[in-house]
Design a binder for this molecule. Sequence first.
Ligand code: UDP
Length: 262
Amino acid sequence: MSASMRERHNVPTVTIGAFPTVSLTRRRLAEIMVADGMAAREAGGAWLPKAVFSSNGQGIALAGRDADFARAMAQADAIHADGMSVVKASARTRAPLPERIATSDFFHDAAVAASAHGLRFFMLGASERQNAAAVEAARRMYPDLQIVGRHHGYFGEGDDAAICEMVRASGADVLWVALGKPRQEFWSIANRERLAGVGWIKTCGGLYAFLAGDAPRAPQWMQDIGLEWLHRVLDDPKRLAWRYLTTNPYSLYRLMRHTERG
Ligand code: UDP
């Protein structure tokens, strides 16, 4: 995994909760996205998109139970710390993470960097309504950002080839994929070759719900102490209470057991 980001961009990588996790700031990750996007344009069809995934308690727990998910994660080019628990667990490793890179924050760094450098986004995933609303919100927030295509996330495997062709034809440099864990990671790895020439495939889970204004972000103090998950549970208990009750304790165990020391 992360060999490419580690070697090409000299980014330290540490094992946290069994995932090789990149230790860098949001800003640096956005710079790397721009560099990879430009390199992909030069290489054209010879460029295999970099799969950039994220790590949080839910994913760490899932990888312990589901070998297919663990294998998909192992094929990522970079995994960044989406959850505060991952950042905290890194404190005693040789490369403590400088900050949390929540995908819902990183999108904004990425949009600013993409606007400045002419990078193009394609936004895949979520319901048709939420996808359209998220794209509209992003366009409003970043008038110079080129969003060259969008598609909802409720399609079958038989549609994969056509969707990938749509993404390639759009000239997108970064494909945002919001299909929920683990589908988005499976989809990204399974379709990577069809997306040759696209710089990055970036998984983004609940991002469009936040952009569309369907779900509120937690207050900063809750994010800072690692309780954003609790805020999400209180906002949508029917869907999320079971997820976090079952994954939190196991992810803590895996963070203790599978984080490198020293
Ligand atoms: N989703 C989708 N297709 C599917 C399943 C889910 O587009 O087959 C979308 C769903 O509408 C939501 C996102 O994937 O917008 C998953 O959000 P969730 O909050 O579960 O993601 P998280 O950030 O917690 O991983």
